[in-house]
Design a protein around this ligand. Structure first.
Ligand SMILES: [Zn+2]
Ligand SMILES: [Zn+2]
Length: 341
């Protein structure tokens, strides 16, 4: 594991807020978090020698959500140690090539590997014909269990431990950002369970039913647990600043946000429907995000520009900022203390 500076401290306020964040460099790195972002690619429009087209794999407990598989995603998955069978959902923000040209390869690989589970595929409903072209771009033995979820905004899908919502963004073609919301729950407290004589399978029963008889009498789940904040993940790709971006990012533990341009190119960003690094920082700040992951960089920037871009985001945002590099593994921050949000 390597520790990297996440922001260039350029002025006192940023200096005070500057923190260091553990980012796994990728291949062969050590421990595995239950919730982490595996960065498969970070390039907008055109890949470079150091950046593949977009591609993001979110491990979330037993789920694997693949966002925006750009060209080359299948091979980046091999480098990152992500298998086709780990994919449980696919979410596409829009059908520009850097966000979807890898879909045919990934789908074919899922068929080749006989992925048994039903995989839900979310994409802008208006462009279903593009999805169908990509779905059938090549000839292969099609044994996929794909469930299409065309997106028109609002609730997209409901999983056992989270819900996925989408909001329309402001780009040149139909584009949706996504956010994953885990409902608030309760954390069981072992010492209180023990004091009340609740052990073994009764713990699960108490969680399910809310109360049971044990030891000295009635035990309620409130007596032996504390509130636990659900976690949130937001994914915002190609867009101008718009209300939906702030809505999606609201109180996200991790926000993955495009930052195609540096602030000096703000006019260009607006014209082509993109964000600058500073605007990504503003979204994170106003939405009270914890960790901002910058990505989707114009080919005009090389890796040495990373400190500049993170510094621009850091001017607006006092939390953690990290510039994504291909094959990084970035843990979702640990849960907040129960009272915080
Ligand atoms: Zn793009
Ligand atoms: Zn685009």
């Amino acid at each position: 594991m390597r520790r990297v500076a996440i922001r260039l401290p350029t002025k006192p306020a940023v200096l005070i807020a500057a923190r260091r964040l553990a980012v796994h460099p990728g291949i062969g790195s050590g421990d595995v978090s239950n919730r982490e972002l595996v960065v498969l690619g970070t390039a907008s429009q055109a890949p470079t020698r150091t950046r593949n087209h977009n591609g993001y794999f979110l491990r979330w407990d037993g789920e694997g959500l693949l966002f925006d598989p750009g060209e080359g995603t299948q091979r980046q998955m091999v480098f990152a140690g992500v298998t086709a069978s780990q994919i449980t959902r696919i979410c596409i923000t829009h059908f520009h090539g850097d966000h979807c040209l890898g879909l045919p390869g990934v789908l074919q690989r899922m068929a080749l590997d006989h992925v048994p589970q039903i995989v839900e595929a979310c994409y802008p409903a208006e462009n279903r014909e593009v999805f169908m072209r990509l779905r059938h771009a090549a000839l292969f033995r099609d044994v996929l269990n794909l469930a299409e979820r065309p997106v028109a905004g609002g609730m997209v899908l409901q999983a056992s431990s989270f819900r996925m919502e989408a909001q329309p963004l402001s780009h040149s073609v139909p584009t949706f950002g996504y956010r994953l919301v885990e409902p608030d729950g309760r954390r069981m407290l072992p010492e209180k369970l023990a004091a009340r004589g609740v052990t073994g399978p009764d713990v699960g029963r108490l969680q399910r039913e809310g109360f049971l008889m044990a030891g000295d009498g009635l035990v309620t789940v409130e007596q032996v647990s504390e509130p636990r904040r659900g976690q949130r993940f937001a994914f915002i790709m190609d867009t101008r600043l718009c209300d939906a971006a702030f809505l999606l990012a609201d109180q996200a533990d991790m926000l993955v946000c495009e930052s195609t341009f540096a602030d000096a190119e703000a006019a260009l960003a607006r014209e082509y429907g993109h964000l600058t690094a500073g605007q990504a920082g503003r979204i994170a700040a106003e939405s009270r995000v914890r960790l901002l992951v910058l990505t989707h960089f114009s080919q005009r920037y090389d890796p040495d520009d990373g400190q500049r871009l993170t510094a621009e985001a850091g001017m607006a945002f006092g939390g953690d900022v990290v510039m994504a590099h291909d094959l990084n593994r970035i843990p979702v921050p640990p849960r907040r203390p129960s009272a915080a949000r």
